[in-house]
Each structure stands twice: as C-alpha cells, then as structure tokens.
Design a binder for this molecule. Structure first.
Ligand code: ATP
Length: 295
C-alpha cells in the first residue's frame, strides 16, 4: 500500500499570492479526486507534490520519504501529466516516448522498446505511433500524456485537469483509461469537472482558496445534503431577489429556462420541489457555505 501524507502545507508565491493555506491530507491507493474552481490552488498543490516547486512550509511524505528533501526519489516513482504540456518536438510519438523513457531511467534498450510498444497499445495510439504528437487531436495528446506518465511503472500518478477541452467521447475514453491504471497505485485527478470525480473516485476533496473545505467518499458526502436541496424555475429577472431571500447554491439554464437550486431545511416557499441531490449540488453547497463564512 502506498501512502501520501501532506501535512500543513502552505505556498505563498513571491508576488504575495497565498495559493495553499494549511493543506493536510492522507491519500492511499486508488483514485483520488481533487475538485476546485479556477484559482483554488489545485495546480499549486499538484506541482508541490510532484516536487516541481517547494512549499513555503509543511511537508509531503510519499511512503515516508520526504518529497522536498529527496525530490529525485519521488521523481523515480512519479508519473505526472501537467495541465500544459508545452511544445512538442517534431518527432514521432514513438520516438518521443522512447526519449522520455530514457529520461525516466529505462536504459535497457529491449526493456524500453517493450514498454513503449505496450504503452502505445494501452492508450490506443499504436496505429498512430509514426505521427508527430503536435499533429494529434486534443484527446490523442492527452492519451499520449498518460502514456508518458505511465513510463517506468510509477506508484504515484498525478493528472492535472486532463479532460479540459476534450469532447465528451474523447473525455470518456481518457477517463476509462485512467480507471484501468489500477488500484495498486495512487492516482490523483485534479479537475473542476464534478462528473469526472463522481464516476471515478472513491475518495475526494474540495479545495477552495488554498484550503481543503471538505473530503470523503462522494456518495457519503452527498448524503449530508439529502432532503435539503430544492429547485424552482423562476423568471430570469427575479434571480437577484431570490438570491437575497434564499441560500441559492446554483443557477442554471435548463431548456432556456432559469432553474435555481436552494439549500433549505424545509420547503422555502410554494413552487419549490425537493430534489435528490447529486455531487454537483454538494460541491456548490459546500462552496456556497465556504464563501458565506468568508463573508
Ligand atoms: N507561479 C505563480 N506565481 C504567482 N501566482 C501564482 C503562480 N501560480 C499560481 N498562482 C496563483 O495562485 C493561485 C492558485 O493557482 P493554481 O494555478 O494553483 O489554481 P488552480 O486551482 O490550478 O486553477 P486553474 O484551474 O485555473 O489552473 C491563483 O491565484 C494563481 O493566480
């Protein structure tokens, strides 16, 4: 069993932005979803765990090895798919993966070829192996990204917003691939897409303003708000007044009509229907409460 222990982690950038503010988490094998809106601190946390940047304070231990003190140790066991992969050199996918495998320390030629072939097959890019990655579609690039992250059998895999910008089919394909990677390693999926976490992750946390504001099993978390979420279709012009009167956790357009969801112990007023809440409602309700507490 692998264990990642994050203790009281903070990160303040030189420009004064406090991106992480006392993060404490323990993560073991399986898929862990890290949900948060833009700017919540997800990438800052991922980069710190991946030893690509140092925290301002606190510690990250992977199987009791201090990531900050021994970055080389962690990098040997890490597979990382960053949000932005940068520019790809104009060489074939196969050659690029081979090159990255050398950098990962797979020096035995035979072993390297075998791993590159197996990974290209696993991510369904074998038939495209002679094409350059910069000519790939977004989904193909992400699948290539996961192939490079899987080189050298990492025990800790970090994927940062991997489905952003993918169409639903490519996104599905990518997530299925991720879920196959195995129960025997830690996979941290950082995303703002609630559905992805709901479908894949038995454990999750919500990050906001650099803090963990909730964590647990998605199904258990949703139980906390059962019977407390109400919905109503309202005229668009009334949104403001409903927001002033009730705890409106989300506003959505449904078939061109404005639907609000409200957190309330009992029916807020005639016309509100109770709904069976989902993880998205939990996420919005948690963010709503957090922002309210902030004032
Ligand atoms: N290198 C940096 N220097 C200064 N500020 C930074 C740096 N990187 C991130 N930030 C700031 O830190 C905060 C958290 O950013 P971060 O990228 O970690 O969030 P995120 O949850 O990954 O968001 P997104 O989904 O938009 O990438 C933001 O306010 C961001 O502007």
């Amino acid at each position: 069993m692998n264990t990642l222990q994050i203790n009281n982690l903070t990160k303040t950038y030189p420009n004064g932005v406090k991106a992480l503010n006392g993060i404490t988490l323990e993560i073991t094998n399986g898929m862990f979803g890290l949900l948060g809106s833009n700017g919540a601190g997800k990438s800052s946390l991922m980069r710190t765990i991946a030893s690509l940047q140092e925290p301002s304070s606190g510690s990250v231990l992977f199987n009791n090895i201090d990531v900050v003190k021994h970055p080389h140790e962690i990098r040997k066991q890490l597979g990382y798919l960053p949000q932005e992969f940068g520019v790809y050199p104009k060489i074939s996918a196969e050659k690029l993966l081979n090159h990255l495998a050398v950098l990962k320390g797979i020096i035995n030629h035979k072993e390297r070829n075998a791993q590159v072939t197996a990974l290209l097959q696993q991510v369904n890019l074998y038939q495209h192996r002679k094409k350059a990655v910069h000519t790939f579609s977004g989904g193909m690039r992400q699948r290539f990204g996961i192939a490079q992250a899987l080189l050298a059998n990492p025990q800790l895999i970090i994927v940062d917003e991997p489905t952003a910008g993918l169409d639903p089919e490519e996104s599905n394909r990518f997530l299925n691939l991720l879920s196959e990677i195995g129960e025997n390693v830690i996979v941290i999926l950082s995303t703002h897409i609630v559905e992805d976490v709901k479908n894949l992750c038995p454990k999750m946390a919500i990050l906001a303003d650099g803090e963990i504001i909730s964590q647990g099993n998605p199904t258990d978390l949703v139980k906390h708000i059962e019977g407390k979420i109400w919905t109503k279709i309202i005229p668009k012009k009334d949104v403001d007044s409903y927001q002033k009167t009730y705890d409106v956790i989300s506003i959505k357009l449904v078939s061109g009509e404005t639907q609000i969801r409200v957190w309330s112990e009992q029916q807020p007023e005639i016309g509100f229907e109770p709904i069976v809440p989902n993880l998205e409602d939990y996420y919005f309700a948690t963010l709503y409460n957090h922002n309210n507490l902030k004032g």
